[in-house]
Design a protein around this ligand. Sequence first.
Ligand code: UT7
Length: 328
Amino acid sequence: MFEAFISGTGSYLPERRLTNHDLEMMVDTSDEWIVQRTGIRERRIADPADATSDLATRAARIALKEAHRSVDDIECIILCTVTPDTYMPAGAVYVQRALGATRAAAFDLSAACTGFIHGVTVGTALVRSGVYENLLVVGAETLSRIVDPTDRNTCILFGDGAGAAVLSRSEPGSSSRVMDSYLRADGTGSCLIELPGGGSRRPATHESIDAKQHFLRMQGKEVFKFATKSLVELIEVALERNHLVPDDLAIVVPHQVNYRIIEAALKKVAIPLERMLLNLERYGNTSAASVPIALHDAVTEGRLRRGDHVLLVAFGAGLTWGYNLLKW
Ligand code: UT7
């Protein structure tokens, strides 16, 4: 078996900022409520001319440069998203076209906020088994296109953005590698976060649009409980399965959604807050993009050193949850 490692990361955040004060003009909320209940101060909103693949392509170009790989080295593009440009064809083909990655296969992977973790898991299997030498895993979202701007339960949380990683082959026994991955799902919680309309169960009709079924819905309190529980489980399982203690983790990169979820989880696992990479204050929840954006932040802030154990953890709609443990 070969090893797979992350040879480069990148991210792209749209320029337009939607602040809590802007939201005060749109719905019955306040900066104080949002900051106290979530920790979010602003999020980014994609330019109307951009679709998810445009954000994904920009993040991917940076990751390629950082990885010292050219587009011709890329043999596969996995786009993790719940907001593809179109349902058919897959959003990944627009990234493939925009990059000019003519050698690459391209497909979408839908696992909501845990999407990037799934993408790294699948990509690692493809690299380790010798199918591909270099592939791109991109988490990208334009959630502003599926958020109801009049629903204060959701519109305060979500933002747009993209993050990318190049996964590359290294020789068996290489130190720098994806050490372990763990994926879980519980479909009995599918109604807790959903976009009910537009699929085969409830195809789009005038009535479905009038009923706002094309917008994301969330039962926040229930999801909060699940998120806290799953974050604790992910950290504990990662430590146990890999015979590590909390101090062995140089950094934990969690799905960015709510500061209180992190705080509640840290009461149960002995990891200091400084070791959690947090950027939700600036970008809010960008679903599948949130972990790769935060990972790229960790790289650019110089927080990762060779040999560090890095834990990527995420949870979200499905319900789904999972981790990737990396040796940097
Ligand atoms: O990425 C997928 C994973 N998603 C998540 O992990 C989301 C997890 N959930 C959350 O982060 C939190 O549940 C929210 C931030 C969404 C909501 O916070 P909460 O502390 O659970 O608030 P709540 O829903 O229990 O609402 C408390 C009160 C309610 O008023 P009453 O009934 O007590 O009078 C809400 O109507 O706050 C009210 N409220 C708001 N007030 C001002 C709800 N949203 C807002 C708002 N501004 N935006």
